[in-house]
Design a protein around this ligand. Structure first.
Ligand SMILES: NC(=O)c1ccc[n+]([C@@H]2O[C@H](COP(=O)([O-])OP(=O)(O)OC[C@H]3O[C@@H](n4cnc5c(N)ncnc54)[C@H](OP(=O)(O)O)[C@@H]3O)[C@@H](O)[C@H]2O)c1
Length: 310
């Protein structure tokens, strides 16, 4: 039984009885792809190489993604293929990134780092000893803050578990409520921090609209670790420049964010280049999931995390 994996998947240990065929990012595909039972997709295979590979394997293969978001994959799978995402693999790293940026933005660490680099000791943020108002004041802590997590799935629940010890009150939104995303503008003002951890679908695209940004509490923090297209970036730029909201973005629209893009220099925003899930151990976790899925197939059990199928 053949499984096709990306070249360099050194951590992948196939269950016994499976033959592993590696595919590089370019060049001719191995003939053995035509007999594959399963395909594991991940770096260095980009979407166009994945599409080429899916065109060369049998139409009923099992496809395991190493990403949790599969909006890039669903349009290129063929009817008859069973597709599973890597939900669960990225819970720790992505939820940890969210906690890191919430703490960093609430405690204004990026601004303090700027002060450090210019050798300035601005103790006036301390309201007990201040002799003038610091541009960094006021600084608040997390206890008692209200956090809204849009998309309370695998990563969202991991985030709640990590935030609750800070004394934060977390409200998670799923398709079962407590309110529909279409009603977000009517609810968002109740929260200090809004975190996006949704899959990108027609129903979630643009969910953080100009109307939602206007309705956010002044000074509130938007955290996006979902996908860039969840947020109206033109409206966000306006809200950042107006000092209405702050933001921490791991995902942007477009990606990569090109040199000179206005988000790079906008006030009150922390940008990271889609690395929230990129701890060194994510690949090992993704390939361990893939191996468990193949073991399930081998014993006739249904795979988990199925997002599309015949
Ligand atoms: N930045 C990164 O590096 C990185 C890494 C991994 C993942 N991600 C992003 O994070 C997303 C979430 O991953 P996950 O593993 O947590 O996925 P998940 O377990 O499938 O959770 C998704 C959550 O979104 C909710 N949801 C989906 N559509 C909705 C709608 N229309 N209205 C309200 N709620 C809706 C789901 O609710 P129901 O269960 O009720 O449908 C579920 O709670 C991924 O799709 C991806 O976009 C980013």
């Amino acid at each position: 039984v053949i499984v096709v994996v990306p070249e360099g998947a050194a951590e992948f240990a196939a269950p016994s009885g499976w033959e592993v065929v590696s595919v590089a990012a370019s060049g001719a595909l191995p003939d053995a792809c035509g007999d594959a039972r399963a395909v594991v997709l991940g770096p260095p295979l980009g979407p166009s190489r994945a599409a080429e590979l899916l065109g060369a394997v049998p139409p009923d293969v099992f496809v395991q993604a190493t990403s949790a978001g599969v909006e890039w994959l669903l349009p290129i799978v063929r009817p008859g293929m069973t597709v599973a995402n890597a939900s669960g693999v990225h819970d720790g790293p992505v939820s940890e990134w969210c906690v890191a940026v919430i703490l960093a933005m609430e405690r204004k660490l990026p601004a303090f780092f700027d002060l450090q680099r210019s050798g300035r000791w601005d103790a006036d943020v301390n309201d007990v000893t201040a002799r003038a108002v610091s541009p960094l004041a006021p600084i608040d802590d997390l206890e008692g803050k209200r956090v809204l997590v849009l998309g309370h799935g695998s990563i969202g629940r991991a985030l709640s578990a990590r935030l609750e010890p800070f004394g934060v009150s977390v409200t998670g939104v799923t398709s079962r409520g407590p309110f529909a995303l279409a009603e977000l503008a009517a609810h968002v003002a109740a929260y200090d921090v809004v975190v996006v951890l949704l899959p990108l679908t027609p129903a979630t695209r643009g969910v953080v609209s100009a109307e939602v940004l206007r309705a956010m509490r002044p000074g509130a923090l938007l955290v996006n670790a979902g996908r860039g297209a969840h947020v109206d970036h033109d409206a966000l730029l306006g809200a950042l420049h107006g000092g209405h909201v702050r933001a921490a973005l791991d995902v942007t629209d477009p990606e990569p964010l090109p040199p000179g893009h206005p988000l790079w220099s906008a006030p009150g925003v922390l940008v990271t280049p889609h690395v929230a899930g990129s701890s060194v151990r994510w690949r090992a976790r993704a390939y361990a999931l893939a191996a468990r899925q193949l073991a399930r197939l081998a014993r006739g059990a249904p795979p988990v995390n199925v997002v599309a199928g015949p």
